[in-house]
Design a protein around this ligand. Structure first.
Ligand SMILES: Nc1ncnc2c1ncn2[C@@H]1O[C@H](COP(=O)(O)OP(=O)(O)O)[C@@H](O)[C@H]1O
Ligand SMILES: [Mg+2]
Length: 499
């Protein structure tokens, strides 16, 4: 952008209200402000110093009084003080910690933190709409709207979906704060762009979106890897001989005999008892014990999961009726197949494999990618987190219990949407492991309401305090109305008699 335009922007800022002044000690990325009015968390401010035109963000806001101090011991003194204040006299002070986000250069695409801190006495203005628009509402390729600025409702927040594919996304917040709504919104936007997204839907809440394909959570037993099958049969990693039996029998199955997977496998394993002894017997027992359980997700002839994806649509893999272990196996298999299919596509220049980049969403991620347990999904998700970037497979991880998430995967998320979080341990965990976070902001997360999020990372030019758009057609993961349901059963007559 021409220098002239920047000068105009600066002038626009100065015409807007002076909010306060920089005081005390400042750093290049953090300063304190003494303000004329209370500051709102998430509000954007503007300053000029040493030739920089800087945007800042209110990370922390405090109002206090030295007159009505906490040393007072009689509430009547407070009454007298409040009554005796003359018009225009100041009883309160308003302070805030501001986070310096960067100086606005070029077209607002990238903001750099200035090398020098703002000197005390620097005037601080409300950020002019033109600057905010330039930064948060880029009309460029790949950007989509997901809401508006929390404190400036007429400024759109547009995010870079390419970055979600290449650097993954974590959606973290307490239950009921709007995580799934944000996922639904991202899914809609991806679909509008002609993109493909696969959501592992553990609560059956995404089917009401337009243009969804519902996918049954069945896997073809012949397409499972040895590891996947061994895990489903609860055969330990170090049980080498049992694995050997399983492998031999798995290899011996062909398309013809596959129609009766369990019978053929059992017959084959039985035939190896003489050679492998108790090892084969154990495998046989596992097959017998788990047969009925596994038949819910293993269906002969169901083919490759990749062939069930509809391109340019929201693909919802319905896990709502599955046991956790089943769901884990299904997600894990899908993720490793997705990654494989993308690799094949990249290596074959699109002639084989899955032809376009895509995004996979894991809800309840603390269950499937836990910190302290070894699940099948954790293994394949970490591969995707590490390698997905190169092959165009983005991972979206959704959780209401961030402190239960695997730290290695958390640390590879290049983008975050953090909604309301109250638990201090969750906040501490996120600041420890998530690269894009800002410490000051974590403390303010309890102050957010439903649908309000801080967006961090590469999909936004600078942290964006955002009110996320509501996706009205999504059925909500609402709480059950127990009282309503009770009232429809039995008690009605009694109610009548009583009243
Ligand atoms: N951006 C939003 N704006 C307004 N209301 C919202 C928003 N996001 C969620 N809600 C409300 O909160 C409810 C719970 O949202 P949901 O996305 O299911 O939360 P979570 O997945 O975090 O448990 C929704 O049914 C909706 O009524
Ligand atoms: Mg949810």
């Amino acid at each position: 952008m021409a220098l002239q335009k920047l000068v105009e922007l600066g002038d626009a800022a100065k015409e807007s209200e002076v909010v306060g002044y920089i005081v005390g000690e400042s750093k290049p990325y953090r300063a304190e402000i003494l303000a004329f009015r209370p500051l709102a968390m998430g509000e954007y401010l503007y300053m000029e110093y040493h030739g920089y035109r800087v945007l800042a963000f209110v990370a922390n806001s405090i109002t206090g009084s030295t007159v009505i101090s906490r040393d007072l011991i009689d509430p009547r003194d407070v009454e007298r003080l409040v009554k005796s204040v003359r018009v225009g006299e100041r009883l309160f002070y308003h302070r805030g910690v501001i986070k310096i986000l960067g100086s606005v250069e070029n077209d607002g695409h990238k903001l750099h933190i200035p090398a020098i801190p703002p000197p005390p006495g620097t005037e601080v203005y409300k950020a002019p709409k033109t600057v905010l628009e330039m930064v948060f509402s880029p009309r460029r390729h790949g950007y989509v709207r997901i809401g508006t600025l929390l404190r400036e409702p007429d400024i759109e927040v547009r995010v870079n979906i390419n970055k979600v594919v290449s650097r993954h996304l974590g959606v973290l917040a307490m239950t009921g704060m709007g995580k799934s709504n944000l996922v639904a919104l991202i899914a809609k936007r991806v679909e509008e762009l002609g993109g493909t997204i696969v959501i592992f839907d553990y609560h059956g809440e995404y089917t009401s979106l337009r243009n969804t394909t519902l996918i049954k959570p069945v896997l073809d037993p012949l397409r499972l890897t040895l590891d996947e099958l061994a895990r489903l049969l609860n055969i330990p990693r170090n049980a080498t001989r049992q694995r050997m039996v399983l492998k031999e029998c798995l290899d011996s199955i062909d398309e013809e005999t596959a129609k009766e997977f369990f019978n053929v496998m059992k017959r084959c394993v039985q035939g190896r008892v003489a050679r492998y002894g108790t090892s084969a017997q154990k495998v046989l027992d596992s097959l017998t014990v788990y047969e009925n359980f596994l038949k819910r997700i293993l269906k002969e002839d169901s083919g490759d999961v990749i062939d069930r994806i509809v391109m340019g649509a929201i693909n919802v893999v319905d896990l709502s009726e599955l046991h956790l272990n089943h769901a884990d196996a299904v997600i894990a298999h899908w993720l490793s197949r997705l990654l494989e299919a993308r690799k094949v596509s990249v290596w074959s220049n699109g002639s084989r494999g899955f032809p376009t980049p895509l995004i996979a969403v894991i809800e309840e991620a603390h269950v499937f990618i836990p910190a302290d347990e070894d699940t099948a999904t954790k293994y394949s998700a970490s591969l995707v987190a590490r390698e997905g970037r190169k092959f165009g497979l983005g991972l979206v991880i959704v959780s209401q219990r961030p402190r239960g998430l695997d730290p290695t995967i958390l640390s590879q998320l290049g983008n975050l949407a953090i909604l309301r979080i109250v638990h201090p341990e969750d906040q501490a965990y996120i600041s420890k492991y998530c690269e894009p976070v800002m410490q000051d902001v974590m403390e303010e997360l309890p102050g957010l309401n439903i649908g309000e999020a801080i967006l961090l990372g590469e999909w936004v030019p600078i942290p964006a305090a955002t009110r996320i758009d509501l996706v009205s057609e999504k059925v909500s993961g609402m709480d059950i109305d127990a009282v309503g349901i009770w009232s429809r059963y039995g008690k009605k007559e009694l109610d009548l008699q009583v009243s």
